[in-house]
Ligand binder design. Sequence first.
Ligand SMILES: C[S@@+](CC[C@H](N)C(=O)[O-])C[C@H]1O[C@@H](n2cnc3c(N)ncnc32)[C@H](O)[C@@H]1O
Length: 205
Amino acid sequence: MSLYERYVLPHLINVACGNKDITKQRSRVVPQASGRVLEIGMGTGLNLRHYDPDKVELVWGLEPSLGMRKKASRNLEQSRVPVEWLDLPSEEIPLDDHSVDTVVLTYTLCTIPDWQKALEQMRRVLKPGGTLVFSEHGEAPDEAVQRWQRRINPLWNRIAGGCHLNRPIPDLLDQGGFRIDHMESGYLPGPKFATFNYWGQAQAA
Ligand SMILES: C[S@@+](CC[C@H](N)C(=O)[O-])C[C@H]1O[C@@H](n2cnc3c(N)ncnc32)[C@H](O)[C@@H]1O
């Protein structure tokens, strides 16, 4: 891991992903989680304050980056739900089959290198009837915006820790074996190439 990824990126992501519009997205999806929860790519723990402590028994925070886990310490201290770190990538989730009630996926599917394997792992650990709740940015519906996403993507990918601007999130979920039960989408305030969001709930198909 480079010095940039270890020391700079966690701060940048903490600020960028902590803005008020993304915080509103978190408040829409994270309170839907219940039981034993697996959060994929927990980052700096920005979702933690949105969990409902009356519904959530435990959050496994899967996060491969040491820099992110360190930067999350304050959010962990203030968490009203118990949190256990899993320091592996989502392609290798170290949990038993059918051990999770809710998978929480926010602003991470854009970054996971082998997203297909990761979604397969999420399906494996979800209990039958368990839910994936998600809020992700991705491919915009407008051709002009898509062109900008394609142009900027190579540079963005390097400065934003492997993030892709234009992943077609519903298609990825579908190809990863999830059936979307409910989804909304739209631009958040900000530059259109980075702000088209998809959020909702899915189940293993
Ligand atoms: C943009 S941040 C989002 C963090 C957090 N999910 C949030 O909503 O604030 C993307 C996160 O994905 C993590 N990540 C990168 N590769 C991953 C992988 N293979 N599996 C799981 N997480 C990964 C990064 O370390 C980073 O914390």
